[in-house]
Design a protein around this ligand. Structure first.
Ligand SMILES: *[C@@H]1O[C@H](CO)[C@@H](O)[C@H](O)[C@H]1NC(C)=O
Ligand SMILES: *[C@@H]1O[C@H](CO)[C@@H](O)[C@H](O)[C@H]1NC(C)=O
Length: 180
């Protein structure tokens, strides 16, 4: 991946920065919201990249509008890639969908839990990334297994760069299962 690739540009914009606001925390009496706390680990360049541009923008090598990519990042129970445990995958697609307010990414992501308390269940997240300089909030629109009928929201904040080609996000999911 060259230094002018849109994904690397995005990744550079994703470089750690202080969150603009703190993610909301679920507490007692928070209407039954279940709080799931995870870390997403992404490698955005090199032979072991977990996030890649599949289709570059037809508008040019540096354009983000029109870029389509896929990712299969790790979900771990801690921020350290070595000492934490793998609990699932963060799989999905993203597209540069912001023509006038870059980067305006659209994303459709599945949290696929493969170990631990939620193993075998999934959560589906849909929504935009309007800014890379603070907390990223997106909708949780459904789930499978223990998360059937789930709805809620997800807040992610950059938590560090373990290597120059990787980034870790703290993930706070707040969901409830509504069978009504
Ligand atoms: C990529 O992964 C392989 C297999 O785990 C490893 O041997 C190699 O060092 C990794 N390459 C980089 C650049 O991290
Ligand atoms: C892309 O950006 C790089 C670095 O800023 C620049 O050198 C290059 O000319 C740009 N390419 C295009 C096609 O605009």
């Amino acid at each position: 991946m060259t230094s002018s690739s849109p994904l690397l540009l995005l990744a550079l914009m994703l470089a750690w920065s202080a969150p603009a606001f703190l993610p909301a925390r679920a507490g007692a009496g928070d209407q039954g919201l279940k709080h799931i706390h995870l870390y997403m680990h992404e490698i955005f360049a090199g032979p072991n990249a977990t996030a890649i541009v599949a289709v570059p923008s037809p508008l040019g090598a540096n354009a983000t509008f029109g870029v389509v990519g896929v990712l299969d990042d790790e979900l771990r129970d801690g921020p350290d890639p070595k000492s934490s445990s793998l609990v699932g995958r963060y799989q999905g697609i993203f597209a540069g969908a912001g023509l006038v307010s870059p980067p305006g990414m659209q994303s459709a992501i599945n949290f696929v839990f493969t170990a631990g308390e939620h193993s075998g269940s999934t959560l589906a997240m849909l929504g935009p990334v309007l800014s890379f300089t603070g907390a990223i909030e997106r909708s949780v629109v459904g789930g499978t297994g223990a998360f059937r009928m789930a709805r809620g929201y997800c807040v992610m904040t950059a938590a560090g760069n373990p290597t120059p080609d990787s980034i870790v996000y703290e993930v706070d999911l707040f969901v409830k299962m509504d069978y009504a």
